[in-house]
Design a binder for this molecule. Structure first.
Ligand code: PGA
Length: 256
């Protein structure tokens, strides 16, 4: 973290978990503690149908609500899809884009990630753009090149003003949901690399204010060490965000 230049952001990614009734219980457990965090921003990226209850319960707190996806078009005949304007109007502030599960199971390409980033920004949402390599790619030594490509593609035609609203999440695929966390050195190295790529595109000043999260089996035990790295400005947390005690511990680690 480097609070002098950028916000620390801890975001929970609930994925396809929690009905509205279940989300109410979890948010009521989390709220008294995470709403008090002053030194980091907290976000709950909940399933679409949980957005209304999350927004209602978190109204007038510092905790923001996010979605996990949006459609790249503004509106129209796209049965089953949800637009940026709908999310914004429902009270979302953030939206996750290009999560590796969407890239893997729903065929999302870098070009689509870029289109969705523009749609989110145009709708007034802050995109949390996910990048990261598979185990195979890491073992082949491709991590840095791949992540550079993903970052550059995601930011195509994004202006420097828009960049201020963008959050990145470095999520090595081999660490997601596996219990295998990247070491703090690995996380630091790639997050720093992401900032270097952004610096080359937008200059030092713009790059130093971008929040770059780490995601992949972040938990109550490893959060402090990961967050102690200069270029690791928060976390995108899956499994551990579904357990109040664990998520609170991570928020507390970021709020030091
Ligand atoms: P995990 O998921 O914390 O369960 O590894 C992170 C993510 O997919 O965003």
């Amino acid at each position: 973290m480097n609070r002098r230049y950028r916000r620390t952001i801890i975001a929970g990614n609930w994925k396809m978990n929690k009905t509205p009734a279940e989300s109410k219980i979890l948010i009521e457990e989390l709220k008294p503690i995470i709403a008090k965090a002053k030194w980091c921003e907290t976000v709950l990226c909940v399933p679409f149908v949980d957005i209304p209850i999350a927004v209602r319960l978190l109204k007038d707190t510092r905790v923001a609500v996010g979605a996990q996806n949006l459609h790249q078009n503004e509106s129209g005949a796209f049965t089953g899809e949800v637009s940026g304007a709908m999310l914004k109007n429902a009270g979302c502030k953030y939206v996750i884009i290009g999560h590796s599960e969407r890239r893997q199971y729903f065929g999302e390409t870098d070009a689509l990630v870029n289109a969705k980033a523009h749609t989110a920004l145009n709708a007034g949402l802050r995109p949390i753009i996910c990048v990261g390599e598979s185990l195979e790619q890491r073992e082949m030594g491709l991590t840095m090149d791949l992540v550079s490509l993903q970052v550059k593609a995601a930011l195509a035609n994004v202006t420097v003003e828009q960049l201020r609203k963008v959050v990145f999440a470095y999520e090595p695929i081999w660490a997601i949901g596996t219990g295998k966390t990247a070491t703090s050195e690995q996380a630091a190295e790639v997050c720093e690399h992401i900032r270097t790529v952004i610096r080359k595109m937008y200059g030092a000043r713009a790059a130093r204010s971008v929040t770059i999260q780490y995601g992949g089996s972040m938990n109550a035990e490893n959060a402090s060490e990961l967050l102690a790295q200069q270029d690791v400005d928060g976390g995108l947390i899956g499994g551990a965000s579904l357990k109040a005690k664990d998520f609170i511990a991570i928020v507390n680690a970021a709020n030091q």
